[in-house]
Write a protein that binds this ligand. Structure first.
Ligand code: ZN
Length: 426
C-alpha cells in the first residue's frame, strides 16, 4: 500500500486564513529587517516613499518594485546580505543568466530549508525506512545538499553518488537496495536505460524524486516507465531554497508551495502588473523566513498559474502548475501575449510530438506568426492533399485558440533543429 504522510500537518493543512495570517506576520518582520540591514532595499522603499509599516496586506506589497536577477548580479557578492559573514554557515553559488550569484545561509536558514526539503520528500512518500540514492551534483547547485539535509531530517539513509558513472550508480542501486532516487530527469532516464541493459536483477526502487529542469506529465510518465517507480516533481530556486519551495503530492495536480516560507504572487511579465490567482503569468516570490539573503518580490522568470482550491491530499498550501516557460520567452503578437508553451499545446493537440520553431515577423505593417513544423517519416504522406489539410488544420487551431494569424510551413525536421521555439524578428 502507498502510504503518504504529511510531514508538518499543522502547517500544511492550516486554513487559508491562518496561512495568510502567518504570512503577514512574517512579511512584516522580513520587511523591517531588510529595510534596516540591506541598503539596496532601503533605497527601493525610499524610491516609492514607502516604509515597512505602510505594508499591512498583500496588496500593499505590490507597491514595492520587484527585484530581479540583474539586481543580484549588480550587488555581488555580498551586497544583498542582511547579516554579517560571521553569521553565515554556508555559501552556495546560484547559477543562472549573467553568471552565478552568491547565496548565504545562516544556521536558521539551513534549519528551515532542511524542513522544507523534508516536507517535499515526505509528500512524495519518502520515510525513515528509505535508502535514498542521491545522484545530484554537489558542486553544481545547492540542491544536492538541500535534499541530503531534508532526508536526514526525515531520518532516511542517504547514499551520495553524484560523481559516479551511471553504470556504477546502477550497481550500487541494486547492491545497496536503494528505494528512492533523487536526481534530475536526465539522470533518472539514463539510469533507467543502464539498468535495463544490465538485465534482470532485484530492484527495490519505488520512488524517483526529481529536482531541476522543467517538469511535465509526459516527463513523469517517461521516468516512471524507465525506472518502474512513481515519480514526483519539485520546484526550487537556487537563489532561495532547492528543493522544497514547491513539490508534488500523490495527487499530481500541481506543486504545493511552502507558503509559510515564501509569499507567492503572479505578475504580468511585460507590464509588471499584479494578477489574481488563477491567471497565467510570472511567479514572483518574497522570502518570509530567510535571514542571510531575504529577497522581496523576486522575479523568478518562470511562467505559471497558482491555485488556492483544496487538494484531495488534504494540504491547503496553494499549488503552482509546473513552469513550462520563461518570462523572457513571451512576445506580443497583434496585441496577444504568446509563449512557446501555448503554441506547443495547440500544435501537439493535433500532431503530437512534432518539433516546431515559430517566428514573429512584420509583413506589410502587420505582425504575423510563421510556424515551421518538422515533418518526419511518421507524418509524411505522398498525397499533397493530406499535407495541405494538416497545414490548414494547424493554422485554424492557432487562430481559434491563440487569436493570431499564423502561417504554417511543413519542413524537414533537420531544418529547425537548432532554431529557438519562438523568436521575435520584428
Ligand atoms: Zn495535494
Amino acid at each position: 500500500m502507498w502510504i503518504m504522510s504529511i510531514f508538518e500537518p499543522k502547517k500544511e493543512t492550516a486554513s487559508r486564513e491562518e496561512i495568510r495570517q502567518i504570512q503577514l506576520e512574517r512579511l512584516q518582520a522580513t520587511l523591517t529587517r531588510t529595510y534596516r540591514h540591506v541598503p539596496y532595499y532601503r533605497d527601493l522603499f525610499d524610491s516609492v516613499s514607502l516604509l515597512p509599516e505602510d505594508i499591512s496586506n498583500r496588496r500593499d506589497l505590490t507597491r514595492l518594485p520587484c527585484t530581479s536577477r540583474a539586481d543580484l548580479l549588480v550587488h555581488q557578492p555580498y551586497g544583498l546580505f542582511a547579516v554579517t559573514l560571521h553569521e553565515v554557515l554556508r555559501l552556495h553559488p546560484a547559477a543562472g543568466a549573467g553568471g552565478p550569484v552568491v547565496v548565504g545561509y545562516t544556521r536558521n536558514d539551513i534549519a528551515y530549508w532542511s524542513e522544507m526539503s523534508a516536507r517535499a520528500l515526505s509528500a512524495a512518500g519518502v520515510n525513515k525506512e528509505d535508502v535514498i540514492q542521491l545522484s545530484l551534483d554537489y558542486s553544481q547547485s545547492a540542491s544536492a545538499i538541500g535534499a541530503q539535509s531534508g532526508a536526514e531530517v526525515l531520518g532516511s539513509s542517504v547514499l551520495p553518488c553524484s560523481d559516479l558513472a551511471p553504470e556504477r550508480q546502477a550497481e550500487i542501486m541494486r547492491n545497496f537496495r536503494a528505494t528512492v532516487l533523487v536526481a534530475t530527469p536526465s539522470q533518472a532516464i539514463q539510469l533507467g536505460h543502464v539498468l535495463r541493459n544490465m538485465g534482470p536483477g532485484t530492484m527495490t526502487l519505488r520512488i524517483a524524486f526529481i529536482v531541476g529542469e522543467v517538469w511535465s506529465d509526459s516527463l513523469r510518465k517517461e521516468i516512471e516507465e524507465a525506472l518502474q517507480v512513481r515519480a514526483f516533481g519539485s520546484y526550487g530556486l537556487s537563489e532561495m531554497a532547492v528543493p522544497g519551495l514547491a513539490s508534488e503530492c500523490e495527487e499530481h495536480n500541481g506543486l504545493h508551495i511552502a507558503e509559510d516560507h515564501v509569499l507567492a504572487e503572479i505578475i504580468d511579465p511585460l507590464t509588471g502588473e499584479s494578477l489574481p490567482y488563477g491567471e497565467y503569468g510570472e511567479l514572483v516570490l518574497t522570502t518570509l523566513t530567510r535571514e542571510a539573503v531575504p529577497l522581496l518580490r523576486y522575479r523568478t522568470g518562470d511562467l505559471t498559474t497558482l491555485h488556492e482550491s483544496e487538494c484531495a491530499c488534504g494540504r491547503t498550501l496553494a499549488r503552482m502548475e509546473p513552469a513550462h516557460a520563461r518570462a523572457d520567452d513571451v512576445v506580443i503578437v497583434g496585441g496577444v501575449r504568446l509563449s512557446p508553451a501555448q503554441i506547443k499545446e495547440v500544435i501537439h493537440a493535433i500532431a503530437p510530438e512534432l518539433p516546431f520553431s515559430a517566428e514573429v515577423n512584420a509583413r506589410d505593417g502587420q505582425d504575423r506568426l510563421d510556424i515551421m513544423i518538422g515533418i518526419g517519416k511518421k507524418y509524411f504522406r505522398d498525397e499533397t492533399r493530406w499535407m495541405e489539410q494538416l497545414r490548414w488544420r494547424l493554422e485554424a487551431a492557432i487562430n481559434k485558440h491563440l487569436g493570431i494569424r499564423a502561417v504554417v510551413y511543413l519542413v524537414e525536421p533537420d531544418y529547425i533543429k537548432e532554431k529557438p521555439l519562438l523568436s521575435d524578428n520584428r
